[in-house]
Write a protein that binds this ligand. Structure first.
Ligand SMILES: [Mg+2]
Length: 259
């Protein structure tokens, strides 16, 4: 990586924290960015909380991060729906994220859009079959993201990607993906920094969505070995990170050498 880096997009889960545990070095790295006038934002595929709730969680960890600094799959889904013509929606999301969608008409029979977020153990045949029928009746499929899995304090946990792929398979429809690795999503976050994509680095624990998605949008990508990082999966991937570091604690060194 020979370019100069002037701004950073941080993935949250697996980079700043795993579960409720903050990754050591997070405070120091954010302080380094502030002290050196390197602007940053946070980009997350988390679909279980509103941006306000995410900011609350970060503030409880002692991090001064405001809701406006966070670009999430939830807020981006809401923004996408606002651009449609008064759409009716079938929301497959948890109660904790519902309030961001209060303004839309909910319809679980014949909606314009089915929106798939993380509903954990609530998946079952009856629900999948209902969504399948809605799609066959003309609904469009919106996926907050296509993540395969994430790291919890108990181990890897299956994410919503497989359900979205299954629904695509049976309906013959392609989901519109809202969060990472969508280029629209990266573009929004980069533009908010007033920088060009080439001047921005994304740091994440997901080789495909964070690093691959970042590369496709013109950003440099630094992979951390915390969170869902697994050496064999990274070796098997076509995506080559610009750097692989042990954790967020090592980011200042990278930034220092690319000023
Ligand atoms: Mg992550």
């Amino acid at each position: 990586m020979r370019r100069k880096i002037k701004g950073v997009l941080f993935d949250l889960d697996g980079v700043l924290y795993v579960g409720d545990k903050i990754v050591p070095g997070t405070h120091a790295t954010l302080d380094y960015c502030r002290d050196n006038h390197i602007p940053f934002r946070f980009i997350t595929n988390t679909s279980t909380r509103t941006v306000g709730d995410i900011a609350d969680k970060l503030q409880r960890m002692g991090l001064e991060i405001m809701p406006d600094d966070i670009f999430s799959a939830v807020s981006a889904s809401r923004d996408f729906l606002r651009q449609q013509d008064n759409p009716s929606v079938h929301l497959l999301i948890r109660d904790s994220a519902q309030s961001d969608f209060d303004e839309f008409v909910q319809d679980t029979q014949n909606p314009d859009f089915v929106i798939v977020g993380d509903i954990g153990a609530a998946w079952n045949y009856k629900l999948l079959n209902r969504v399948f029928r809605e799609l066959m009746e003309g609904a469009e499929l919106l996926a907050m993201h296509m993540n395969k899995y994430w790291q919890t304090e108990q181990g890897l946990q299956m994410d919503i990607g497989a359900f979205v792929v299954g629904l695509e398979f049976v309906s013959g429809k392609q989901a519109k993906v809202i969060g990472k690795p969508s280029q629209t999503f990266f573009k929004l976050a980069v533009e908010s920094l007033d920088l060009s994509a080439e001047e921005v680095l994304v740091i994440g624990d997901d080789i495909e969505n964070d690093i691959g998605g970042g590369h496709a949008s013109g950003l440099a990508g630094v992979l951390v070995k915390t969170g869902k990082y697994r050496e064999d999966i990274v070796k098997a991937s076509d995506v080559i990170p610009d750097a692989i570091i042990d954790s967020i604690a090592d980011l200042p060194e990278i930034l220092e050498s690319h000023r």
